[in-house]
Write a protein that binds this ligand. Structure first.
Ligand code: NAP
Length: 277
């Protein structure tokens, strides 16, 4: 039986990350299927790991409405740094129609490593895997610290990040530079058929979703019309980010098209004027 037009099948990369747990939980709740890629001994252990993590993930009240039938969760432990992983998964399962990536460097030591190149390796593998199979819309949980349209951006923090000199030191870390570079790989693949959205959330917190965030496209500014930084904090919760990625990834085609190729800054507003509940 064909799947309903509104039902998605997400392939989630680094699905055990703290942000992805919220995303996966909410996507399943909304009735979408999820294939989760996470590190584990084998596929069975990957599924057990995901069930364990999702069981511990408490969702804030409100937000994503529960579908009559929750989606189906599958899990796999294939190497996210290899193009073959994406080629095989996308060829074998034509129902996968979105790929979301939450990969992140997890320790300070790895943030300092020049050899790791986790972000550029992951994104290169995704692009190469799609090139060898089929292009699937890609939603990337990146980071703030990138200003301008992806592919033509510069490493810079939003103007209200203070103390500026201290916070800007983070941009010099090899991991931050690598994350910044990974956006260009995506942008360069657009001509071949890639459609992507990069999310550039502010400082992440573990707080429950407040749904009082704002967003703007590509470039931030103290008086940006869509998101005046004067009225913004410098934090946002992982749950809010997950909800926004899910919202955008499930927008109707004509609305979603307006997001393709852009870098979206997400941050909590000081007052709840931008309430999205
Ligand atoms: N800290 C901030 O304030 C901030 C702000 C904006 C954006 N970000 C970025 O947001 C993203 C997500 O953040 P988060 O806190 O949700 O991430 P997180 O909880 O730190 O998780 C990162 C995930 O990446 C996975 N991973 C790392 N190396 C891998 C590898 N070689 N193969 C497979 N999986 C690998 C980890 O797998 P395991 O679970 O198996 O270890 C983990 O699940 C990151 O890219 C982060 O840099 C952070």
């Amino acid at each position: 039986m064909d799947k309903p037009a509104s039902k998605r099948h997400f392939l989630v990369v680094a699905a055990a990350s703290r942000g992805a747990r919220f995303f996966v939980q909410k996507a399943l709740r909304q009735g979408h299927d999820v294939t989760a890629l996470c590190r584990a001994a084998d596929a069975e252990a990957a599924l057990a790991r995901m069930h364990g993590l999702l069981g511990e993930t408490v969702l804030a009240t409100g937000g994503v409405e529960a579908a009559q039938h929750p989606g189906v969760l599958r899990a796999n432990t294939m190497n996210i740094l290899e193009a073959e992983t994406y080629r095989v998964l996308l060829e074998d399962d034509p129902s996968i129609d979105r790929v979301c990536c939450f990969v992140g460097v997890t320790t300070v030591r790895l943030m300092m490593s020049r050899d790791l190149r986790l972000y550029t390796k992951t994104i290169s593998a995704v692009v190469d895997g799609m090139r060898r199979s089929r292009w699937v819309e890609f939603f990337y949980h990146g980071s703030s610290g990138s200003e301008g349209i992806p592919g033509n951006s510069e490493p810079l923090l939003p103007d209200n990040f203070r103390p500026r000199w201290l916070m800007s030191l983070g941009l010099r870390l090899p991991a931050a530079q690598d994350c910044f570079e990974s956006e260009s790989i995506l942008a360069a693949s657009c001509a071949e058929g890639m459609k992507f959205v990069v999310f550039r959330p502010a400082w992440l917190t573990t707080a429950p979703a407040k749904r009082s965030y704002g967003y703007c496209f590509d470039t931030t500014g103290m008086d940006n019309e869509d998101l005046p930084l004067r009225a913004a904090k410098i934090t946002i919760s992982r749950e809010d980010v997950a909800e926004e990625i899910l919202r955008v990834a499930t927008l109707p085609d004509d609305e979603r098209a307006g997001w393709h190729g852009h870098g979206i800054y997400l941050v909590d507003m000081k007052s709840s004027g931008g309430d999205r509940s």
